[in-house]
Design a protein around this ligand. Structure first.
Ligand code: PGA
Length: 244
């Protein structure tokens, strides 16, 4: 089943109010053929929504609790009030920098979906895990621990991001991406039944204009999560176009 593709930009800790001008051309590239979203730093969500109300804007993390003594954290309701429509959870940089566990990622994704946001749950192996032949086992275990039972085709997205491919300019082979996405699809069917067939599986890690078409036409690659190449419309728009 061909799912409508989603090309999402993850600005990480980059961007500024002045840089929101990039959203104009990005919003212009969105079409009926592909969904497009941008996840800027949380401080820019509200201004991004004001600038381009037709472009879904997302956050890069959320807390699983609705409120309370969690200094520096943001709840799903706060992000939704700022205008966010989706939220990335379990990005490998947060799993590493903030020691996030699968159980925490699952709690965040569950809270996001309960609060009306689309949750993009990230998974991916390290280079050592791939070299040891454990890539599919590692990612399957992350999915089993991180995917919320309430996930549905409209509310849950998976992003497969090999840790060693993020920001490095390196990507897995087409065959390796195909094998991994097929394994993720099979796991989602086991976890979610028929809904598992409707959940979009994005590829992420060094997606750029020169490799987007090849990556986006691999079976079960339902879009891309793009870091560095999402910061400038000149790089991001050709990736959106490659998904059409
Ligand atoms: P990259 O990052 O495109 O800069 O490799 C992808 C990501 O971390 O989401």
């Amino acid at each position: 089943m061909a799912l409508r593709k989603l090309v999402a930009g993850n600005w990480k800790m980059n961007g500024s109010l002045a840089g929101l001008t990039e959203l104009d051309a990005i919003a212009g590239a969105a079409s009926d053929a592909v969904d497009v979203a941008i996840c800027p730093p949380a401080t820019l969500i509200s201004a991004a929504v004001s600038r381009q109300s037709s472009l879904p804007i997302g956050a890069q993390d959320c807390h699983w609790n609705a409120s309370g003594a969690h200094t520096g954290c943001l709840s799903v309701a706060m992000l939704a009030e700022a205008g966010a429509k989706l939220v990335i959870v379990g990005h490998s940089e947060r799993r590493t920098d903030n020691h996030e566990t699968d159980a925490e990622v699952k709690a965040k994704a569950s809270a996001a979906i309960a609060g009306g946001l689309v949750a993009i749950v990230c998974v991916g192996e390290t280079e050592a895990q791939r070299d040891a032949g454990h890539a599919i086992g590692v990612v399957t275990a992350q999915l089993q621990g991180s995917v919320p039972e309430v996930g549905r085709g409209e509310t849950l997205v998976i992003a497969y991001e090999p840790v060693w491919a993020i920001g490095t300019g390196r990507t897995p082979t087409v065959a390796d991406v195909a094998d991994m996405h097929a394994a993720i699809r099979q796991c989602l069917r086991q976890l979610l039944g028929n809904e598992g067939a409707k959940v979009r599986i994005l590829y992420g890690g060094s997606v750029k204009p020169s490799n987007a078409a090849e990556l986006l036409h691999i079976p079960d690659v339902d879009g891309a999560l793009v870091g560095g190449a999402s910061l400038k419309a000149a790089d991001f728009v050709p990736i959106i176009d490659a998904a059409k």
